[in-house]
Ligand binder design. Structure first.
Ligand code: GRF
Length: 206
C-alpha cells in the first residue's frame, strides 16, 4: 500500500530554484508529496512567480502569528526552508520538531552560522582557499545551521570565482534537496539525538 502524500510548505525569500526542483520532483513522482503552500517574506521573490505558474497557494507573510496560522490551516507535514532568510520563531521550531528542513550551500559546520548566507558563503570559501565545499540538508533546531544533518554532498573548488562557485553549488543543491525530500516523505529519516538514521540506505547509492 502506498503512503499518503505529504503536505509540504516551502518558505522562500528569493529566486526559488530549489522550490522549482521540489515542485518538479513532486509532479514527476520522485517525491511522494505535494507543495500545498509557498510563503515568502519578500514581495519581489521570483519564487512567488514560479509558484503561481504552478497554481500553488502563495502568501506574503511577515509575522509569527500569520505564519503559525497558515501552517496550521494547511495541516502541513513538513516545512522546507529553501533560501528563506528570516529566522523561524522558536514556537514553530518546537511545534514542528524534526519536520523543518533547511538547505545550506556549504559543508556544515564549515562556512555556516550567523552572517553566512547567499554569496557571502562562497566569497569566504574562495578567500580561505579550501579545496572542497558542498551542500548540506539538515533539520532545523533552535541554533543557526546547527540541527541534525540529513545529507551532505561534496563539491570541489576548482578556481571558480564566488559567483561561479555559487552556481556550481546551487546545481548540486537541487539534486540533494530532492533526495532529502523524497527520503523524508517516504518516512526513511529517523532522528536519534543529534543524528539522523537513514532507513534502507543499503539500496541507495548514498
Ligand atoms: C540557496 O543557495 C540555498 O541553499 C540558500 O539560499 C539559496 C536559495 O536559492 N539557503 P533559490 O532561491 O532556491 O534559487
Amino acid at each position: 500500500m502506498s503512503l499518503p502524500s505529504k503536505k509540504i510548505a516551502v518558505l522562500i525569500s528569493g529566486s526559488g530554484t530549489n522550490l522549482q526542483a521540489v515542485i518538479d520532483a513532486c509532479d514527476s513522482g520522485k517525491i511522494s508529496g505535494k507543495v500545498v503552500l509557498v510563503i515568502s517574506d519578500n514581495p519581489d521573490a521570483y519564487g512567488l512567480i514560479r509558484a503561481k505558474k504552478h497554481k500553488l497557494n502563495t502568501y506574503l507573510c511577515q509575522g509569527e502569528e500569520e505564519l503559525t496560522d497558515l501552517l496550521k490551516n494547511y495541516q502541513v507535514d513538513v516545512i522546507l526552508l529553501a533560501g528563506y532568510l528570516k529566522v523561524i520563531p522558536p514556537s514553530i521550531i518546537h511545534r514542528y520538531r524534526n519536520q523543518i528542513i533547511n538547505i545550506h550551500p556549504s559543508l556544515i559546520p564549515a562556512f555556516c552560522g550567523k552572517g553566512y548566507y547567499g554569496l557571502k558563503i562562497h566569497e569566504k570559501v574562495v578567500e580561505r582557499g579550501v579545496r572542497y565545499t558542498g551542500v548540506t540538508t539538515h533539520f532545523v533546531d533552535e541554533t543557526t545551521d546547527g540541527g541534525p544533518i540529513i545529507f551532505q554532498e561534496i563539491v570541489p573548488v576548482e578556481g571558480e570565482n564566488p559567483t561561479e562557485l555559487q552556481q556550481k553549488v546551487l546545481h548540486r543543491e537541487h539534486c540533494l534537496l530532492v533526495k532529502t525530500m523524497a527520503y523524508f516523505c517516504d518516512n526513511r529519516l529517523e532522528v536519534k539525538g543529534h543524528h539522523v538514521l537513514v532507513k534502507g540506505v543499503e539500496d541507495c547509492k548514498h
